[in-house]
Write a protein that binds this ligand. Sequence first.
Ligand code: ATP
Ligand code: MG
Length: 309
Amino acid sequence: MSTEALVSIDLQGKLKRIASGKVRDVFEIDDETLLFVASDRISAYDVIMKNGIPQKGALLTAMSANWFTYLSTHLPSLRTHIISFALPASLTTSLPQETVAQLAPRSMLVRRHTIYPLESIVRGYITGSAWAEYTKSQTVHGIPLPAGLREGDKFPEPLWTPSTKAEQGDKDENISPARAVEIVGQAAAYKIRDLSLTIYKLAAERALAAGIVLADTKFEFGAAEDGSGEVVLVDEVLTPDSSRFWPREGWEANLGKAQPSFDKQFLRDWLVGEGLKGREGVEVPQEVVSRTAEKYRQAYEMITGEKWV
Ligand code: ATP
Ligand code: MG
């Protein structure tokens, strides 16, 4: 695999690109099938850096794949959008070998679903926007909580704290569970809530045993293609892009302060130190790139128990 970071994905017009996020590009295979491709782009404080982290896209795809497999094994009734972690033959034969080699380890072939317009967030620990709200009103997404929580504290029980799913470029807005029911209807909202909490608990237990606190995470769900009213887990899952991973070691000592993020801490610290926080088009120096890559690799190896090669 190339040691250079892949920040833009070129399928030479072979497939229609239907979305390009901060990290991933989504292509249309046909009406029912999408190709999800994770680039090596990295963002911090909502801005994408000029250069990427080599192999990050492959690593995050492998981590997501590992989680999908784990979840399906432990929750046999769970429905997901995954068709395959291999590229379709139509692509491997029509694209140059070099492109295929770049694409294969960073792609997932998925069923296209109508997505519920909610970010289904589960929080086990208080931080980020939830901490900010709590300090003002002792609530989190409108849910009243006991007094005396410190930043980084574990909630007595994980909370389902949905947000809206904003159009690209706009900011998602935290909402109450009641508001989520209004948006997607009670039947879907309750299914999404219950599944999200079940998945979070299962994942947080696995991560903790591996030395990682899964502070919070975000899922997305789609409507089942058979019209049964069931909900299907879509998107990528349980990677540092959709979740907060903290080292278990030191969590307690850091209560009351921001916890170090497993993946992007070096990058964030460097940006802040250089006065570059929020600046567009920043070129990250090699030293910060390799230390960040090392953190992603460590997270992958701790969670999956497999060596990253
Ligand atoms: P960012 O994550 O950078 O903030 P984003 O969420 O808009 O931006 P991506 O996460 O890169 O962008 O894109 C994934 C998009 O694909 C999301 O809009 C998600 O809702 C959608 N999606 C995920 N799975 C499916 C699926 N199975 N069918 C249809 N759309 C899907
Ligand atoms: Mg996304």
